[in-house]
Design a protein around this ligand. Structure first.
Ligand code: KIV
Ligand code: ZN
Length: 514
């Protein structure tokens, strides 16, 4: 048996389905490119039959991504499998991932079928998927609570029907590691054709055991782990990619397992996903939390200064955190910025050096010194601003004080025109929102407003995340500036541009052009 564990990332499917506001097509593409750079073997890009938007994203990802294989999810029914194949066929090779529940509680109460009929459906689905591709994954939903005799029968039947990967999900995060490892061991002992497929696991984190369960499974012979960046996913989330990968890296002595992940891309991918998904990472989260490599107690600091591995089991550099002390100021030239970006893992075509340098100089004039995390934030936000953005901020002025109301004047470029509006609101952000609503004609209402600093100190840049409703749909906007009022305006303009794009997609669909 190979020592390599296949990393199957489902951030764009299981992770995305748990977000308050769906990711835009462009955001999904950004995440897919980051996952490819990270080196994941399989990217589950979505559930094509679930919506035209998901279909289109899976199709674009399958077309653009070359170094990771793309998978699409499908229930064990014909129309799902056909839709997945239709979306994926633009790729040279692809995977169809089909599933049906196997636990007694799901079979009896959700599916209301006999177990015999469920096996028949699964076999039919796998065979249908095999007509489109020779890479078919079958998942036994709620396998963690499935009687072992039933599970063995289902796994054997799926492999006989042509499944090349069989996935054992702990869908509700119920099992404990010894039990879950035991299930995998039982499958290896009892299923006669088990060596004809890769055994995969997909663990949820309801009891905080998804990573431990996945590790127990690979110790018992599983060779694919399904996981997500920052552990995003349904309810308490899925097994976190960065944690399982760094366990296998750091404890190779115990586990003897490898992956194709380039761990130096972990930090950057985690930050991108946290920002685009509006799901900040807790400070003390393993591997990617902001405190994961900082030492607070005097005894620990003293130890690390004397010898790093007294209190560090892995270095920050292995996950792409730089400890570079080079000072970047307004006197730094383009080549220094390019060099820093290269050290941070960015290729030349990941960003536009002219735009980055212009923004860098503006920031350096304000802050004096610019840090790595500032550069990364500038690139992320520069990439967010699309060339085809219809609305752009021209000018903004706000007056607020101890009185109950604030006044804003906002001027926006709207396509070829520029429009100016003034409004009174209960605070500066409310008054800006009213101005933008008047200009765009969208009646956007803010549901959640969060401000965070992207770095430290009084001169840190302020990142604003806004969740807003329009026409019964949730939208997420982000803005970054050294002034949080300007960040708020940018976040609201980001939302207005996304609303406009979603309207255009709907218009095209209604006129039958898509
Ligand atoms: O949790 C689960 O069982 C799933 C399957 C569709 C693999 O997400
Ligand atoms: Zn799941």
């Amino acid at each position: 048996m190979s020592n390599n564990v296949i990393i199957f990332d489902t951030t764009l499917r299981d992770g995305e389905q748990a977000l308050q506001a769906s990711l835009t097509h462009r955001e999904k593409m950004q995440i897919a490119f980051a996952l490819e750079r990270l080196g994941v073997d399989i990217i589950e890009a979505g559930f094509p039959v679930s919506s035209p938007g998901d279909f289109k994203s899976v199709q674009s990802i399958a077309r653009e991504i070359k170094n990771s294989r793309i998978a699409g999810l499908a229930r064990a029914i014909d129309k799902d499998i056909d839709a997945a194949a239709e979306a994926l066929k633009v790729a040279d090779a692809f995977r169809i991932h089909t599933f049906i529940a196997t636990s007694t509680i799901h079979v009896e109460h959700k599916l209301r079928m006999s177990f015999d009929d469920v096996v028949e459906m699964a076999v039919r689905a796998v065979k249908r998927a095999r007509n489109y591709t020779d890479d078919v994954e079958f998942s036994c939903e709620d396998a963690g609570r499935t009687p072992i005799d039933d599970l063995c029968r289902m796994v054997e039947s799926a492999i006989t029907a042509g499944a090349t990967t069989v996935n054992i999900p702990d869908t509700v995060g119920y099992t404990v590691p010894s039990e879950f490892g035991g299930i995998i061991e039982a499958l290896f002992n009892r299923v006669p054709n088990i060596d004809k497929a890769v055994i995969s696991v997909h663990c949820h984190d309801d009891l905080g055991l998804s990573v431990a369960n996945s590790i127990a499974a690979v110790q018992a012979g599983a060779r694919q782990i399904e996981c997500t960046i920052n552990g995003l996913g349904e309810r308490a989330g899925n097994c976190s990619l960065e944690e399982v990968v760094m366990i296998m890296n750091t404890r190779a002595d115990q586990l003897g397992l490898t992956t194709h992940i380039n761990s130096k891309e972990i930090h950057r991918t985690s930050t991108l996903v946290a920002n685009l998904c509006n799901m900040p990472v807790q400070a003390n989260k393993a591997i990617v939390g902001s405190n994961a490599f900082s030492h607070s107690s005097g005894i620990h600091q003293d130890g690390v200064l004397k010898k790093q591995d007294t209190y560090e089991i892995m270095t920050p550099e292995t996950v792409g955190l730089s400890t570079n002390k080079l000072h970047l100021t307004s006197r730094s030239g383009r080549h220094v910025i390019r060099h820093r970006m290269e050290d941070l893992g960015y290729a030349k075509d990941d960003y536009d050096i002219e735009k980055l340098y212009e923004n860098f100089l503006r920031l350096a004039d304000k802050k004096g010194q610019v840090f790595d995390y500032d550069l990364e934030a500038l690139v992320l936000f520069e990439n967010l601003a699309d060339e085809d953005d219809y609305y752009k901020l021209l000018s903004l002025s706000v007056q607020s004080g101890t009185d109950d109301c604030a006044t804003a004047t906002v001027s926006l470029q709207s396509g070829e025109d520029s429009t100016i509006e003034a409004a009174i609101g209960i605070g500066p952000v409310d008054s800006i929102c009213k101005c933008i609503n008047r200009i765009t004609g969208y009646d956007v209402s803010i549901k959640d407003f969060k401000v965070a600093s992207t770095s430290q100190g009084v001169d840190a840049m302020g990142q604003v995340n806004i969740m807003a409703d329009w026409n019964g749909r949730s939208f997420h906007g982000m803005g970054l500036a050294t002034d949080i009022i300007r960040s708020s305006a940018r976040a609201l303009i980001h939302i207005a541009n996304d609303i406009r794009r979603s309207q255009q997609v709907n218009q095209l669909r209604n006129s039958g052009k898509e």
